[in-house]
Each structure stands twice: as C-alpha cells, then as structure tokens.
Design a protein around this ligand. Structure first.
Ligand SMILES: NC(=O)c1ccc[n+]([C@@H]2O[C@H](COP(=O)([O-])OP(=O)(O)OC[C@H]3O[C@@H](n4cnc5c(N)ncnc54)[C@H](OP(=O)(O)O)[C@@H]3O)[C@@H](O)[C@H]2O)c1
Length: 281
C-alpha cells in the first residue's frame, strides 16, 4: 500500500498518513513504533510532552529504515516557550530521537494566556532551529485563526501545517478554513475521535455499505478532505486496519453525511486552545 504525499508550502513533502504516539507509555514505545513500522507506517508524530521521544528514537535506530524514507515530527513542550529554553530542549529532542534533524517541529499549544501572550518569539525560536538545520520544516499546533495571522504578520514566515483537533463530531471549520487561507495544511488530531466513531450509527451504516470498519471510513473522510492523519493504536491488528485506506472511496453523499455529524464546540474532546494553559512540571 503506497501512502500519498502532500506538498507543503515550503515545497517539502509529507506522507498523508502516519502513526501518532500520544498516550503510548514510554516503556512500550519502542516496541509499539517497531510494530507500526512493520505495518508499513513511515511517518511518526511524537511530542516532548508525550515523554516517549527516546522510545521513538530507539525504534528508528533498530529499524534499519533509511532516514529519507522516514518522516518524524516532534513538538515543543508548553514549559519551553522562551527562546533559550526552546533551543536547548529542541536539541535534547534530537538526542532522544537519535537524529541530526527532525522533518517537522511544531509549537504544541499557543498558550495565549501565558508568557504575556507572546508566542511570536517562540515561533522565531523555531525559525532559528530550522536555520541551524535542526528541522526541515516548522509548523504549529492548536493555533486559532488569530494566532496564525499574528505569527505570519510579525515574522513573514508561514507555518507549513496546523495540527488541530478534527473529527466527524468536531469539524473545527474556522481553524481549518483559516489554515487553508494561508496555504497551511491541516493535520487532524484524534481523527477517529479516540474510537468514538465506532459507536456512531451514521458512520456504522456507511461502513457496512462500503464493507469497511467505522474507523476506516472516518480516516478515509479526512484523507478525501485533504487533511493529514496519524491515528494511534497499541494493537497490531488496528494498526493494519488504520493503514488500509487506499483501496476504497467514499461518495460525495457519504462525505457530506459524515461532515454533517459536526456538533460544534460540544463535539470537542480536547481543551480549547484559547484557554488551555497547562504547563507540565
Ligand atoms: N497536537 C495535539 O495537541 C494533539 C492532541 C491529541 C493527539 N495528537 C496526535 O494525534 C494522534 C492521534 O490522536 P489520539 O491518539 O488522541 O486519538 P485517535 O487516534 O483518534 O484514537 C486513538 C484511540 O482509538 C483507539 N483505536 C485506534 N484504532 C482503532 C480502531 N481501528 N478501532 C477502534 N478503536 C481504535 C485506540 O486504542 P488502542 O491503542 O487500544 O488501539 C486509542 O484509544 C496522537 O497520537 C498524537 O500524535 C495531537
């Protein structure tokens, strides 16, 4: 199965389907990511906050997969937004990942109520990290439309992606549209709503019709909308299921029906980025 790539606004390419490691316990990460490699995944989405970059690095080192066949993303943790902290901790990420560069690094959360509302100097720290060769591409996560406008206006550097919560029950359309307006590709986190798509009668009905699982239908919906996804699973059979997305297609009608499941803010599973201010110890 060949995973399609998307060309980003810095002319690099990214596999549209990857594997996410949020909530994969550190001690199980190397084995889990190795299983994901066996299933065919080559794009891994981790973060400093997940505490499992070392395990991702160990799996990469053991895999024997050529570096240019892999796409690795990490994210700057909320406690490290000051430029000096960012530079130091991003260098530590490379050590843990055992890489001389990541393909993509993101600001994990904008934290508009922290750091005197300054996420622009953090964005400049990522620009500097890219200049020194630490990351091929730089982007953001959980940025609302005004956060995107501000970093672009003040630095002239456009993030390549905005990684935001998107799934059938929370379309997050304002942030998606603002991203598209800046030629920023959306990465949809919690793409199967943490498994809740399995309990939805509309998605189950479409799945029965196209002879796929509800998770496959939801993931296919994202892909056909042009978003990037990286579902997480600890189980080999689900890793394989979530990877088998390229031999069927959803009709326009099915697509629209899934989109109409949007519950607006009530559908959000994660925190609202305007208020989220968590800084880990
Ligand atoms: N930037 C951010 O702030 C942010 C926030 C959240 C997530 N993310 C990224 O997005 C990735 C994916 O999001 P997520 O992990 O929150 O949620 P998700 O991928 O939507 O769902 C993962 C959950 O669904 C279960 N699952 C996986 N495949 C399944 C299937 N085929 N059928 C039924 N259940 C299935 C998993 O359980 P098992 O493991 O037991 O299979 C797990 O509990 C993360 O790993 C992370 O990389 C980013």
């Amino acid at each position: 199965m060949t995973v399609p790539t998307i060309t980003l606004n810095d002319q690099t390419t990214i596999p549209q389907l990857g594997f996410g490691v949020f909530q994969v316990p550190p001690e199980e990460t190397a084995a889990t990511v190795s299983k994901a490699f066996e299933a065919g995944y080559r794009h891994i989405d981790t973060a400093q906050m997940y505490g499992n970059e070392q395990g991702v690095g160990d799996a990469i080192a053991a895999s024997g997969i050529a570096r240019d066949e892999l796409y690795v993303t990490t994210k700057l943790n909320n406690g490290f937004h000051r430029p000096d902290d960012a530079a130091r901790e991003l260098a530590r990420s490379l050590e843990k990942l055992q890489l001389d560069h990541v393909d993509l690094v993101l600001i994990h959360w904008p934290l508009p109520t922290r750091y005197d509302g300054d996420y622009v100097s953090t964005w400049r720290a990522l620009i500097d990290f890219q200049k020194t060769g630490g990351a091929t591409s730089i982007g953001v996560s959980n940025f609302q439309p005004e956060h995107l406008d501000r970093v672009i206006e003040e630095t002239g550097v456009v993030p390549v992606v905005n990684q935001i919560e998107v799934h059938p029950f929370f379309n997050n359309q304002a942030a998606r549209a603002a991203s598209a307006g800046h030629d920023i590709v959306v990465e949809a986190w919690s793409p199967i709503a943490k498994g809740a798509v399995n309990d939805d009668s509309t998605i189950k009905g479409i799945a029965a019709k196209v002879e796929r699982t509800p998770a496959q239908v939801a993931l296919r919906w994202h892909l056909q909308r042009g978003d990037i996804v990286f579902p997480k699973s600890m189980r080999a059979e689900r890793m394989a299921e979530n990877f088998a997305l390229f031999d069927f297609e959803l009709s326009g009608e099915d697509m629209a029906e899934i989109t109409s499941l949007d519950r607006g803010e009530d559908g959000r599973l994660g925190p609202n980025p305007d208020a989220f201010d968590y800084i880990p110890n």
